[in-house]
Design a protein around this ligand. Structure first.
Ligand SMILES: Cc1cc2nc3c(=O)[nH]c(=O)nc-3n(C[C@H](O)[C@H](O)[C@H](O)COP(=O)(O)OP(=O)(O)OC[C@H]3O[C@@H](n4cnc5c(N)ncnc54)[C@H](O)[C@@H]3O)c2cc1C
Length: 257
């Protein structure tokens, strides 16, 4: 068996200035109703990059076509040469199907590190807003905040047990607000807008990180601008788009409806 990533992965990695590696599934675990954790082994420190970075994995869709999917790195264990991803499974697509079936020893092509949204080290506070697909990035980024500081999480979830927690430094003042989607459409921003409206932004210059569904992220960005944040205080990224599969390269379609 070849122990090299596919040529297409090597070429893509070269184009985007990243590294392609063949990783081995070390373990998988269902953490909650909607979230699976997978640990991948191999070239971990390089692929995982810095907090906020993600990796691109090469999978097959239901028709056997190769597609790539992007997942934020949740955690890095340099000694074990492993990194973990938190993958949402409350929908059906190549990514969610793959993680539910993945077995220790399976091999997968990984390109990393990807992503251009790092933590803003100059911010007085950090506001993380989105859905369960953003949790891995939110928690890894928040764990890298220099203390004393403040982190606020406003996250919409579909099941109570998706309100996963993480250990943080004692000097980090943490506020976590989990909002029950209550059967609203996945493109409906109402839940997160209400969560934001109920929260008084702390004094000082903060930074907001918005990761989640395409339509919801756009509305949240406008809402935060209306609340007085400057554009450079907001980093936002559409991770997926309601009703549409992400494209072959792992990004949601950005065209207007
Ligand atoms: C930079 C980046 C980082 C990302 N990090 C993560 C991460 O850490 N964890 C994570 O779970 N996802 C993450 N995503 C999103 C993930 O790559 C996409 O959700 C991906 O489309 C899922 O692939 P899939 O093959 O399972 O479903 P797809 O084939 O893309 O979609 C199938 C259907 O499922 C719907 N769908 C897709 N994702 C969701 C969802 N989360 N909730 C409800 N419905 C959905 C789609 O609208 C579509 O109708 C990230 C995306 C980007 C661009």
């Amino acid at each position: 068996m070849t122990r090299e990533p596919d040529d297409s992965s090597k070429q893509l990695a070269q184009r985007v200035g990243a590294t392609a590696s063949l990783c081995e599934v070390a373990s998988t675990e269902q953490l909650s109703t909607s979230i699976y954790q997978v640990a991948l082994r191999g070239n971990a420190a390089t692929l995982a990059g810095t907090p906020g970075n993600d990796v691109m994995i090469r999978l097959e869709d239901a028709k056997g076509r190769h597609v790539r999917r992007r997942y934020s790195v949740r955690d890095l264990d340099v000694a074990a040469d492993e990194f973990t991803l938190w993958i949402t499974i409350d929908h059906e697509g190549p990514g969610s199907v793959w993680v539910k079936k993945a077995q220790p020893g399976d091999l997968v092509d990984v390109i990393g590190p990807r992503g251009k949204i790092p933590l803003d080290p100059s911010a007085d506070w950090h506001l993380f807003v989105g859905d369960a697909s953003g949790l891995a990035a939110f928690y890894r980024m928040a764990q890298s905040i220099e203390v004393p500081s403040r982190a606020i999480f406003i996250v919409e979830i579909d099941a109570d047990d998706d309100a996963l927690s993480a250990p943080f430094d004692e000097g980090l003042d943490v506020t976590g607000i989990f909002i029950d989607r209550q059967q609203r459409s996945t493109s409906d921003p109402l839940g997160l807008l209400r969560g934001l409206a109920a929260f008084a932004l702390p004094p000082g210059a903060g930074h907001a990180y918005l990761f989640g569904e395409f339509h919801v992220m756009r509305v949240l960005q406008s809402s935060l601008l209306d609340r007085g944040l400057e554009p450079e205080q907001i980093s936002h990224k559409a991770f997926w788009r309601s009703g549409q599969s992400n494209a072959e390269h792992g990004e949601p379609d950005k065209l207007e409806d």
